[in-house]
Design a protein around this ligand. Structure first.
Ligand code: SAM
Length: 165
């Protein structure tokens, strides 16, 4: 059940720290058909509507060089309308709750959304893609080629079986 900003039965919230530990640069803006969270898909589909990822200067055009060779990209975006303080959430709004990090809910301390998208084409400093699930105007924070495009995995190293403490 899609939420706006309410706290539901069974949910708990934290007092947020006074200041963030780091900042992000919004490198662009995502244009989608959805202006209402209730109408937005929960997850994107590779056969979903064509969306436009606008990349701002100075990150484009130079930062987009080489992107055209990829069929699939990971898109990271800032779910800017989300509350950030919930520890336990009740996605079904049925009184039962689960920890925030066991969910892909947009409500999280750092409201980062990720989608694997199909790259349809590049038009100037915009990427045309399918597979998104965010509101029109959502800030863009990063673009990466799909990790499957990179092979091989590095060979095993001495110490790979040690446990970090
Ligand atoms: N695919 C991403 C992920 O798994 O990290 C996001 C999944 S999240 C469940 C998608 C939902 O976030 C949408 O259905 C919508 O309700 C909400 N949403 C989309 N854009 C948003 C925004 N800019 N701010 C807050 N919520 C947003």
């Amino acid at each position: 059940m899609v939420r706006l900003n309410e706290i539901r039965a069974g949910e708990t919230a934290a007092a947020l720290p006074a200041a963030p530990d780091a900042g992000v640069f919004f490198i662009g803006r995502i244009h989608t058909p959805w202006t209402d969270r209730l109408a937005c898909p929960r997850q994107g589909r590779l056969d979903g509507p064509t969306c436009r990822i606008e990349v701002f200067a100075p990150w484009a055009p130079a930062g987009l060089e080489g992107m055209g060779q990829y069929e699939h990209l990971e898109v990271l975006y800032w779910l800017h309308l989300s509350r950030r303080d919930l520890l336990r959430q009740s996605p079904a709004n049925d009184g039962s709750a689960r920890g925030t990090f066991s969910l892909r809910s947009p409500v999280r301390p750092n409201p980062i959304g990720t989608s694997l998208v199909r790259l349809l084409g590049i038009e100037g400093t915009s990427l045309m893609v399918r597979g998104l699930d965010c509101l029109d105007g959502t800030p863009l924070i990063d673009l990466k080629p799909d990790r499957c495009a990179f092979t091989p995995v590095a060979p095993r190293q001495p110490g790979d079986d040690e446990v970090a403490t």
